[in-house]
Design a binder for this molecule. Structure first.
Ligand code: SAH
Length: 211
């Protein structure tokens, strides 16, 4: 896949309002075609969500860029991702010099991403479990990103966020969600920003949707 396609995607994201140069650089450098099924590789640099099997999708590049920008993270920070899926979002964060911890509940997708990270030499800590409970062993995190739509904000994730950190989570019904960006200003105090109209696959779990 040519660099030209990736550059075009980045130009498009710039036009759609993505400003963080570190995020744009990561999207320009990470090869999205490595994270999608071979049969649809020619769609890799279109700004659309694509199927990755198990009824799940790799998020639209704009959504990945928007959520990553909203995290406002710095090199060396640690980020918890809920919903590893294809592994693309995790790869973007690794490219930005972040320590990534990622949870996937689907065994097939978990195994697949584990193998892919290994093959690409990406040091992502992955776990197969219910991400609505977070990953307490490595908490607190400077950023937490939930890549599936939740019925409400999981309390466990709020607890596992560092003071000064941000939690980015889509909340709504199963059809459409509002992206919530919470900043933990002090223990038990959060500032919330709402960004309308996002569409994610459902977050399933104890503090998510029931199957
Ligand atoms: N970040 C992914 C997007 C994957 S779609 C990427 O870059 O490709 C969302 C993923 O969340 C799906 O793989 C789904 O299986 C997973 N998921 C849903 N509920 C979950 C939960 N409670 N814990 C962990 N993963 C979950």
């Amino acid at each position: 896949m040519s660099d030209f396609n990736r550059d075009k995607l980045v130009d498009g994201l710039r036009k759609k309002g993505i400003r963080d140069e570190r995020v744009l650089k990561a999207i320009a450098e990470v090869h999205r075609e490595l994270f999608i099924p071979a049969a649809i590789k020619h769609h890799a640099y279109e700004d659309v969500a694509l199927p990755i099997g198990q009824g799940q999708t790799i998020s639209q590049p704009y959504t990945v860029a928007f959520m990553t920008e909203a995290l406002k993270i710095n090199e060396g920070d640690s980020v918890l991702e809920i919903g590893t899926g294809s592994g693309y979002q995790a790869a973007i964060l690794i490219n930005m010099g972040v320590k990534v911890f990622s949870i996937e509940r689907n065994t097939e997708l978990y195994n697949k991403s584990l193998k892919l990270f290994d093959k690409l030499g990406l040091r992502v800590a992955v776990r197969c479990s219910d991400g609505t409970l977070g990953w307490n062993d490595f908490a607190p995190y400077n950023g937490i990103i939930v890549t599936a739509g939740a019925p409400s904000i999981p309390e466990n994730l709020k607890k596992q966020l560092a003071v000064g950190g941000r939690l980015v989570v889509p909340v709504g019904d199963k059809k459409s969600q509002i992206l919530k960006v919470l900043t933990k200003v002090e223990e038990d105090r959060f500032l919330t920003e709402d960004i309308p109209q996002f569409k994610f696959v459902p977050l399933i779990g104890r503090e998510g949707w029931k199957e």
